[in-house]
Design a protein around this ligand. Structure first.
Ligand SMILES: Nc1ncnc2c1ncn2[C@@H]1O[C@H](COP(=O)(O)OP(=O)(O)O)[C@@H](O)[C@H]1O
Ligand SMILES: [Mg+2]
Length: 296
């Protein structure tokens, strides 16, 4: 029996990147004889009551959902209705929060940049609490990275060069969750994106920016074909496994020689750039993996 899928994407975000990703997955599903409907997260309503845990929608119930959005409540509702969701709500939630991700990675003893989590403050008061700046600088050195827990396209990642800049950044970010992080100078303006599906590395590329410390394509990075070393692949696979991802894009930073740091795990990594760079369409591996897991 051919399986019916839903591909949930965010119906509010501007630009066509999100729809493009969904369409790549839909095409791959079609190729594998599965009909997948592309559905905006806001076209499925989560309903709750004492005798009710349901969805309001016009679409027929799927056999599986590929969840390319971060609407955790919707993902969890689908799971509670017994529908297999890829990635799971738990994985999406952890991956979305960089602090939570580093906590999982550290627990699994995976290599990450030294990180200090900014103590939680509840709201943006006139009088700001400042952590011990000297202690942070002596632990991490300068320059150092200040990174928000939630962010993408490099936009919430900042490099500060002095105690004064550090203080200003803390004041600016006051009330949001963020962290301080060792700047991995060996990786300045460069990183590796490794696409993992199940326990396989399906494609990889190197990203290089000449005008920015961040390698994101959106901030001006260019991509290059890249064959990761066995060591880099091993770290990427272990990182994916540590958060329990079905598939994800792992960003690695370059250390000295053949050493790497996990920079982040993207549970909803877009795969268009990877296709353009390598000719490999990761959507095929993703759909194959899902259909296999469902048993047919
Ligand atoms: N600790 C670090 N040391 C050096 N470069 C970093 C560090 N953290 C992030 N970067 C650079 O900034 C980019 C964006 O950071 P990342 O944590 O992946 O956030 P985003 O989710 O916005 O992509 C990375 O791809 C990398 O080039
Ligand atoms: Mg990144």
């Amino acid at each position: 029996m051919s399986k019916i899928g839903w591909i949930i994407y965010n119906g509010n975000l501007p630009g066509n990147k999100f729809l493009d990703f969904a369409e790549m997955l839909q095409e791959a599903a079609e190729k594998h004889h599965s009909t997948a409907y592309i559905i905006k997260n806001n076209d499925v309503l989560v309903t709750l009551g004492s005798e009710r845990l349901d969805l309001l929608t016009e679409y027929e119930r799927p056999d599986y959902v590929i969840f390319t959005d971060k609407d955790i409540y919707l993902a969890r509702q689908l799971e509670q209705l017994g529908i297999p969701v890829f990635n799971s709500s738990q994985v999406i939630e952890t991956s979305d929060d960089k602090i939570a991700t580093y906590q999982v990675l550290a627990k699994h003893k995976l290599p990450i940049p030294k990180t200090i989590v900014a103590p939680k403050v509840f709201y943006n008061r006139e009088e700001k609490y400042l952590p011990n700046l000297e202690m942070i600088i002596s632990h991490l050195g300068l320059p150092l990275i200040v990174k928000e827990a939630f962010g993408s396209f490099g936009e919430q990642v900042h490099l500060v060069h002095s105690k004064e800049e550090l203080k200003n950044k803390i004041v600016e970010l006051y009330g949001k969750p963020f962290m301080f992080q060792e700047f991995i100078a060996t990786s300045k303006g460069m990183d590796i994106r490794i696409q993992v599906v199940g326990d396989q590395v399906v494609a990889a590329m190197k990203r290089i920016a000449t005008n920015d410390f961040r390698a994101n394509i959106t901030t001006g990075g260019v991509m290059e074909r890249y064959e990761p070393s066995e060591k880099a692949k091993e770290i990427a696979l272990a990182a994916s496994k540590s958060i329990g991802a079905d598939f994800c894009g792992i960003d690695l930073l370059f250390g000295e020689d053949d050493t790497y740091y996990v920079c982040e795990i993207n549970s909803n990594a877009h795969i268009r750039n990877l296709l353009d760079c390598t000719g490999i369409n990761a959507a095929d591996a993703m759909v194959e993996y899902i259909l296999n897991k469902l048993g047919g």
